[in-house]
Ligand binder design. Structure first.
Ligand code: ZN
Length: 352
């Protein structure tokens, strides 16, 4: 592996040699007042370098004793620190501090030495900033408008089914003026303290309707538990009448209703308003619904694939109470429909 000479390696080497002599001049972070230097500031002896050039020794910018950049003069070193700090300053900045103790230190350069790499103030500042060799802590006081979130309020309604919701009134965010103190380190916010909050506009609640209506009650619009009397005039329980087996004697027995051929899943509706007196499985009928329409009239809906009505429920004429199927003693999907008048089976087709 080829070893690449790097600036940081050179720094590390250089750092080991540091002896904080009396020539070190403190560059106080915020005030950057260097006027109280112990050593006369002009005491600089020119040096003849190996390449024949004559220069006055350059100065290190140091942070907590570590050399972080090399520039032409002590003044430049001070400028570098100032420049690093200033780049984090903006119109909201109320305070700037540098965490590290900074100073300028003259390089021990002797006659015949190689020319060191000296940076301009801009270069040095850019390098220190990019390597974050100084921690510039700024405090900003910012005032800005912020939204205030609105609350959601629920209101119950029997106009919607259980589980359904609807926005009755859209919420509206409010507005507040917030004054805060933001502490940043090298431009990154590390702490925010709210100093003051002032409401400019109150938020408006969002009102959401939540349904309480149950599904079954939606299907059967009549309320439960009340006696329901039919009109006496029956409607067809399926959407089309296709008699596959009629009422009366059949295979040596009496067929108690009519068989209406329909695809599985077709809706079966109550022939008239009434009360569901049975909804369940019943032997050869399979899934069966019986509806009492009053006046001694009861209708049967058999072989259903699915029962939607519940026993005890009242239904309107035409309400969907079940779905066509082939349960029980059945050879294919159809509705077996019976009409009983005072307990006696009648031909349903006479009533449709
Ligand atoms: Zn039948």
């Amino acid at each position: 592996m080829k070893e690449l000479p790097s600036r940081s390696r050179r720094f590390l080497k250089a750092k080991k040699k540091i002896v904080m002599g009396s020539a070190a001049v403190l560059l106080a972070a915020a005030s950057i007042a260097v006027g109280t230097a112990i050593v006369p500031s002009d005491f600089e002896v020119p040096v003849l370098l190996a390449n024949g050039e004559v220069i006055t020794p350059p100065w290190y910018v140091t942070a907590n004793g570590q050399q972080v950049a090399l520039v032409d003069s002590k003044e430049d070193a001070r400028e570098v620190v100032k420049k690093v700090a200033q780049q984090y300053k903006n119109s909201e900045t109320v305070k700037i501090e540098i965490e590290e103790q900074t100073s300028a230190k003259e390089m021990n350069l002797e006659n015949g030495d190689q020319k060191p790499e000296i940076l301009s103030v801009e270069e040095a500042a850019a390098e220190i900033a990019s390597k974050q060799e100084l921690t510039v802590k700024t405090t900003e006081v910012i005032t800005e408008d912020e939204p205030i979130d609105y609350k959601e309020v629920k209101e119950k309604t029997d106009k919607l089914y259980v589980g359904q919701t609807k926005v009755k009134k859209e919420g509206r965010s409010g507005l507040k003026k917030v004054t805060k103190e933001v502490t940043k380190e090298n431009g990154e916010a590390v702490r925010t303290d709210v100093l003051k909050e002032e409401t400019i506009q109150e938020p408006e609640n969002q009102i959401v309707l939540t349904g309480t209506k149950e599904k079954e009650e939606a299907l059967y619009t009549a309320s439960r538990g009340t006696e329901k009397r039919g009109s006496g005039q029956l409607a067809a329980p399926v959407s089309s009448i296709r008699v596959t087996s009629s009422f009366g004697p059949r295979w040596g027995r009496t067929h108690l209703g009519v068989d209406l051929g329909m695809p599985t899943g077709s809706p079966i509706s109550a022939a008239d308003a009434g009360t569901v007196i049975f909804a369940g499985y019943s032997g050869s009928y399979g899934n069966l619904v019986k509806v009492d329409h009053g006046n001694g009239i009861v209708t049967y809906y058999a072989h259903c694939s699915e029962i939607l009505a519940k026993q005890g429920q009242t239904v309107e004429k035409g309400a969907v109470i079940a779905k066509v199927g082939s349960t029980g003693n059945s050879t294919g999907p159809h509705l077996h429909f019976e009409v009983r008048v005072n307990g006696r089976n009648e031909n349903p087709l006479n009533y449709l």
